[in-house]
Write a protein that binds this ligand. Structure first.
Ligand SMILES: O=C(O)CCC(=O)C(=O)O
Ligand SMILES: [Fe+2]
Length: 513
């Protein structure tokens, strides 16, 4: 596709957004959260959304959910099929406050992941202790790992339709834990943490980096969480069941600069980075890092909050000692990767974000050409963060790398770079189409479809998406169908109708499940 055709299509797409059916709604949605709310989300990793549903509707969702679980055999769960079984859940997803909060945090045209799950928590007889039922954890993904980004690319929406006092087993979250790679020094253990209740609230045991715990108690509520927020279910010592409906949302577009909005300020370099990533001007207040040795000590600190903050100060150190800062960050990347297992996706080296802040393109390019898969995957992640179009040809080669972690990071980075720069779209689509058709692993096919979604509404992406709409794997075909529904063409409509007819749910009042 020529650049002209692409820009023409982009223009049409933008005009549609601005003046078309959804245009006005979309731009209003984009500004809806206040800066205080966004700041709370960036700091704590979660945010309540006030729903417009009336109390009757919450109870009707609760009773429908309850009826369903009473009739299913014990232990059964409809998993991803919960929404057609409790269709009022659409009213939560379509609530204008939910839509606008999501648009503020994960951008316009976000995509609802086909994974959704009703987390049940039935009364535990003989257990009246307030505490955790489930260990704190960060979610994996649906169902395979995705690169972790501090920037809001994925969100979880937890909706609880009932009143949930503490003894009815609410979900509990660890505020701020979304910014850490791990919740505790040890890898997540399956043993339940002990919790202490004091006047100020709950705290976890000392093995956790962050001790504060917030149980999501109270009236029916919808809470948006950063995907990497630590959370877990508490013991339900009441006599009533507790339900939490979980949804996952994917950002599909990179944020754009927002000079129309006022500047913000913070004293935390990670928050400053996230504000800027969201397109805002942010002033970082406080004492700028002065000394490279002091910075290096903090970077290597056993306290992960301190080391993460140091990562986002790398650019200030590099202004006075570029080579020194790079050398220290590269050594830290190597240390982090010493525990990297083969085909890893989640645990790329966090300190690569320091090289990203410095804009160390040349170092990341040499890392991308390394023989060590862990370094290659980490570099692909970093060049994605930098939205570096120069890396595209090499990243396209890497989608055939023997290491599955490298393949996944390369595809993910290509999607992000293409979304931001619109560069080399046709070459990338050709490479993706070939790989998609020969790939046996459905998760890699899903990575490709997700990357294609990030590339935007491109006619040239339609053949691949149409094939993916009939993929044997339901995650792959659901994402493709969802994206094709955004195309205003007959070919796209035809491609989605047949698979959707086959998936059609028949709500049968006579033989209700
Ligand atoms: O049931 C809950 O409150 C949370 C469950 C959850 O997050 C999980 O199982 O991953
Ligand atoms: Fe979870």
């Amino acid at each position: 596709m020529t650049d002209f055709v692409y820009y023409y299509k982009q223009e049409q797409f933008l005009l549609n957004l601005l003046f078309g059916r959804h245009g006005n709604e979309m731009s209003e949605l984009q500004n809806s959260l206040t800066d205080d709310q966004i700041s709370k989300f960036l700091t704590d990793g979660y945010l309540d959304v006030e729903l417009n549903l009336d109390p009757m509707e919450h109870s009707s969702i609760y009773f429908e959910t309850d009826r369903l679980f009473q009739t299913l055999r014990q232990g059964a769960n409809p998993h991803n099929n919960i929404v057609p079984m409790v269709p009022n859940l659409y009213d939560v997803l379509n609530d204008v406050n939910v839509k606008s909060a999501l648009t503020s945090l994960v951008g316009p045209n976000y995509l609802l992941h086909p994974h959704r799950h009703c987390h049940t928590n039935f009364p535990k007889k003989h257990n009246s202790k307030v505490g955790m039922l489930q260990p704190f954890h960060k979610d994996g993904h649906a169902h395979r790992p995705r690169p972790r980004h501090r920037e809001p690319r994925w969100l979880i929406l937890f909706y609880s339709p009932q009143d949930t006092p503490l003894h009815r087993g609410p979900t509990a979250v660890i505020p701020g834990s979304h910014l850490l790679r791990q919740l505790a020094a040890e890898q997540e253990s399956r043993t339940l943490p002990s919790m202490t209740y004091a006047q100020e609230g709950f705290t976890t045991d000392s093995s956790f980096y962050i001790s504060e715990v917030k149980p999501l108690t109270g009236a029916p509520r919808a809470v948006l969480c950063h995907f990497d927020l630590g959370h877990g279910a508490m013991v339900n010592s009441s006599v009533l069941p507790r339900y939490v409906h979980k949804f996952v949302v994917m950002r599909t577009e990179e944020p754009t600069p927002r000079p129309d909005l006022s500047a913000v300020h913070t004293t935390d370099p990670i928050h400053a980075h996230l504000w800027e990533w969201l397109g805002r001007t942010c002033e970082l207040r406080g004492n700028p890092v002065a000394d490279i040795n002091e910075w290096s000590n903090r970077l290597e600190s056993a306290n992960p909050i301190e080391s993460a903050r140091a990562i986002y100060e790398s650019q200030f150190v590099a202004m006075s000692d570029y080579d020194g800062a790079i050398e220290i960050l590269e050594a830290q990347v190597a240390r982090e990767l010493s525990g990297y297992s083969d085909n890893e996706v989640l645990n790329t080296a966090d300190s690569v974000n320091g090289l990203v802040k410095i804009g160390a393109f040349d170092r990341l390019h040499s890392m991308l050409n390394s023989d060590v898969p862990a370094l290659v995957a980490t570099a692909a992640y970093g060049l994605g963060q930098l939205r570096d179009a120069i890396a595209l040809p090499k990243l396209r080669e890497l989608i055939d790398h023997p290491n599955n972690g490298v393949v996944r990071h390369a595809i993910s980075a290509i999607g992000i770079i293409s979304s931001a720069t619109h560069a080399e779209l046709q070459d990338t689509l050709d490479a993706f189409a070939r790989k998609f058709d020969e790939e046996a692993d459905w998760d890699i096919r899903l990575f490709i479809v997700q990357a294609v979604i990030r590339m935007g509404i491109l006619d040239d992406a339609m053949p691949l998406l149409c094939r993916a709409a009939s993929d044997e794997n339901a995650y792959v075909n659901s994402f493709a169908i969802e994206q094709l529904c955004r195309f205003d063409t007959d070919v796209a409509r035809q491609a989605v109708i047949e698979p959707l007819r086959r998936q059609r749910w028949f709500p049968d009042p006579v033989f209700a499940i």
